[in-house]
Design a protein around this ligand. Structure first.
Ligand SMILES: Cc1cc2nc3c(=O)[nH]c(=O)nc-3n(C[C@H](O)[C@H](O)[C@H](O)COP(=O)(O)OP(=O)(O)OC[C@H]3O[C@@H](n4cnc5c(N)ncnc54)[C@H](O)[C@@H]3O)c2cc1C
Length: 461
């Protein structure tokens, strides 16, 4: 039995009333109703895809969904928009990565979600599902409505994502198609091809391609938890687990193993670190974006690298402190791995030998490789160079880049859900101008509110 769950804030959190983190939230007392990937909206077969459209969004992750829902309100719907993705389901990467690590609570708060301003937001959506909420979810919703720091459950978040996809008909416009190359034809239209030679032509293209797990440098002796489901490797012979990596995925797996009464050695390259979110709050606010935009590219790069160090959620802290007292958890931080032997022993540079029955590696993500872009794309330290105001790629008219690849313009939060909102505001403000659309027409906004969001029934299970 765990004893205490409360720790004082040690980071800048969004809170006025609360000065304690309640780790009870991590226990989450309902079996998930969003366990099965097949509950996510599915992409269509590419043979059904038109060969011409006005706007192609590459990527149907959280960022692609946010962009497409925003585009819907500017009239990019029906044949005018096509979403493509190599995956089978919307939000598939996020679903697999969070479920693989048994994450049940979002790390970001209620204000970070995929719906544009005109639509029902995550807190309102959650309120409409009040009857189905657990006590913890109800408590978090109350905090959210008070403007306090509050975390939605993953289930509710994913239900909301699904709601946004279906209510903007995005599933009818999305196709399983992996972009291999992109080139501009003589009329200035973009031609996107896959490896089988199928093509789609579009006036505008927005890339929202996310990150892929880094190559597991210890793959001979460990599993990569960003790709493999660690639970498949647990059996009665596994009593002690070595977990490599100090980020959010690691922390969830550490907790899952400890909760299964396994002994855990946690090997972290940097300091053991707990934070409200992986990106400091200032980058979720105008002042953060403004400050970043005033830096030189070199300074921006330094800042991105500095911020991208992994951290566990603040809610993990109290739980892990208790497990440490019980000697179930041992943390080796500031640790450099020298060698891993075939008996699953990790030898650190200071000669400490850390024995285990299973090694789980979670060493983070890197930018997903871009499709081949004819005539190339300007990059700085691997990140595309974009127009800060519009996120259009330098010298590539009508090709815009969001998600992790836009970090050089948007800052560290580009890879997060909040970054998607900022990206879509910048890109579609420009597209609205180019298309002569009155985006900020109050009448349209009110019509959308009354005709669309408010009257749309909440999806029932
Ligand atoms: C365990 C975990 C927990 C997290 N929790 C949070 C959180 O609480 N809050 C938060 O803000 N962020 C969180 N994040 C960060 C999170 O990953 C992002 O916020 C979000 O999922 C990123 O969405 P994305 O669309 O950029 O990337 P993805 O979801 O990876 O989507 C990119 C899509 O592009 C597709 N794609 C890539 N290349 C091509 C191509 N050539 N052709 C066609 N399709 C292509 C991919 O198949 C993929 O579907 C978390 C991340 C992890 C791993």
């Amino acid at each position: 039995m765990r004893r205490s769950y409360k720790v004082k804030f040690i980071n800048d959190c969004d809170s006025v009333l609360n000065n304690e983190i309640n780790s009870e939230i991590m226990k989450f007392d309902r079996n998930s109703f969003f366990n099965n990937i097949e509950e996510l909206p599915v992409l269509q077969n590419k043979v059904e895809m038109n060969s011409k459209t006005d706007l192609v969004i590459i990527g149907t992750g959280m960022v692609g969904i946010t962009l497409a829902a925003r585009a819907w309100h500017l009239g990019f719907k029906g044949d005018r928009i096509t979403l493509i993705d190599g995956n089978e389901y919307f939000a598939e990467n996020f679903f697999r990565r969070t479920k693989n690590s048994e994450q049940k609570i979002m790390r970001s708060s209620f204000i970070h979600h995929v719906a544009p301003n005109e639509d029902i937001n995550l807190a309102d959506f959650t309120r409409l599902k009040h009857n189905e909420l657990t006590n913890i979810e109800k408590e978090q919703l109350t905090l959210a409505r008070m403007g306090e720091r509050s975390l939605p459950s993953l289930d509710i978040f994913l239900e909301h994502v699904k709601h946004v996809v279906i209510n903007h008909n995005l599933h009818k416009r999305a196709f399983k198609f992996s972009a291999d190359s992109i080139e501009q034809n003589t009329t200035g239209k973009w031609i996107i091809s896959d490896s089988e030679g199928q093509k789609i032509e579009s006036k505008y293209v927005v890339l929202a391609m996310g990150q892929s797990p880094k190559e597991n440098m210890y793959k001979e002796h460990s599993i990569n938890a960003h790709v493999d489901n660690f639970k498949n490797y647990l059996n009665e012979k596994v009593k002690t687990v070595n977990i490599i990596g100090g980020g959010n995925t690691s922390a969830h797996i550490v907790k899952s193993c400890l909760d299964r009464n396994l002994k855990v050695n946690w090997i972290i390259r940097n300091e053991e670190n707990y934070a409200c979110t992986d990106i400091p709050h200032k980058y979720w606010r105008d002042e953060g974006y403004l400050k970043f935009s005033q830096m030189t590219l070199d300074k921006r790069m330094e800042e991105i690298k500095r911020i991208y160090k992994g951290s566990a959620m603040l809610e993990h802290k109290g739980i892990f402190d208790d497990y440490k007292k019980d000697n179930a958890l041992t943390v080796f931080d500031n640790a450099t791995i020298q060698e891993i032997d075939k008996n699953k022993t990790i030898i650190l540079q200071n000669k400490t030998r850390v024995e285990s029955d299973l090694i789980i590696s979670t060493i983070g993500f890197e930018l997903k490789k871009l499709p081949q872009i004819k005539n190339g794309i300007n990059t700085f330290n691997g990140f595309p160079v974009l127009n800060d105001s519009t996120l259009e790629a330098e010298g590539l008219k009508n090709l815009f880049i969001a998600s992790s690849h836009s970090a050089l313009s948007l800052g560290p939060a580009a890879k997060n859900i909040d970054g998607a909102r900022i990206a879509s505001e910048r890109i579609f403000k420009e597209l609205a101008k180019r298309e002569g659309i009155e985006k900020y027409n109050v009448k349209n906004i009110l019509e959308n509110l009354t005709n669309w969001s408010r009257n749309t029934p909440v999806l029932k299970k």
